[in-house]
Design a protein around this ligand. Sequence first.
Ligand SMILES: [Zn+2]
Ligand SMILES: [Zn+2]
Length: 371
Amino acid sequence: MNAVGMAVLLAAMVAGTASGEARVARPSDAKPGVAPETGVEVRILSKHRPARLRLDGPRSLEVFASRDVLLVDGRAVSPPLRLESGRWRIRGRNLDRRYEGSLSLDARAGELIIIATFAVETYVAAVTASETEVDTPFEALRAQAITARSYVLASGRRHEEARACDLTHCQVLRGEGFARHLARARDAARSTEGVVLRLRDGAIALAPFHASCGGHTAEPVAVFGAPDLTGAAAVPDRCPASPWSAVVSRAQVTAAATEALGSPAQAADLLLDRDSSGAVVRVVDRASGRDARGDAFFRALGARAGWDRIRSARFSFAFGGERVLVEGQGHGHGVGLCQAGAALLARQGQTAEQLLAHYFPRALLSHTKDK
Ligand SMILES: [Zn+2]
Ligand SMILES: [Zn+2]
């Protein structure tokens, strides 16, 4: 679709949402080739693995997954069950969430698979609210909204069943009420409606963000590989160093290295290569000569030792017997918008535009209408 077509669709969709008009979703509404301009499909509540839910909104129903059979109010229906756009309240065991969008439900192995389709701007506001702290200054929220919008419009389909999940893997999206400060996030999204970061070739930037870089953001190619699709660059930052440390087992380091390198490796043989920010960008096994991207090693170690403990790719090891002391700075992959730094700079009077120029020096601000 060309840029004008996209903008017209986007405008129509946002207008439709703003009027609060409920629309009945039909199978013909599914246009896989043109998402997400027609809406962002997100698999929601996957972490909860719900089997039975009560839905209230444009209508009320009880849904239940009996193995691969979807039951609605006790009767089997042929999936997917499509529910019209509106404000839905979804309740289950330990679960009470509200979402504004259309829903599609299926049953798989006793679990309800729920795909919500949100208008792009509804999605951007919800992610901005879910991904930021309540005391985030407004200009930092605006920068976050532009970053989140760019990311989702640039990212392809990241999951088989939907474009995105609602977890950190894609962008965190909690339901209304659980999103921490939705009203301010909506204002931030509205005041930047349609604004995106673009690379020099005109493509929308796959613009990432993270909690805290620890004093220097990371080089995107070093973390994610070439070519750079983010428009970010390694820049010094004024956020606090956010030091952290964790004690992990030598076996966990060995297992993580073996996974990242694709062959057995011993912890003591590992050499960590760093970029100018101090982030581990490459791990080398001195015994075999094999190497792997630092990001792959960081993820493999975080998966074993806990994401809350291995907080960033800027770390070093100190071996002591079977225990390994891991010391690092920052929180997250370190590429692109640093949320801690953006909040600090916004408090000092910087605008969203200035913040984005700082963290994404290889990208330019433009509108989805422009190309
Ligand atoms: Zn995901
Ligand atoms: Zn920072």
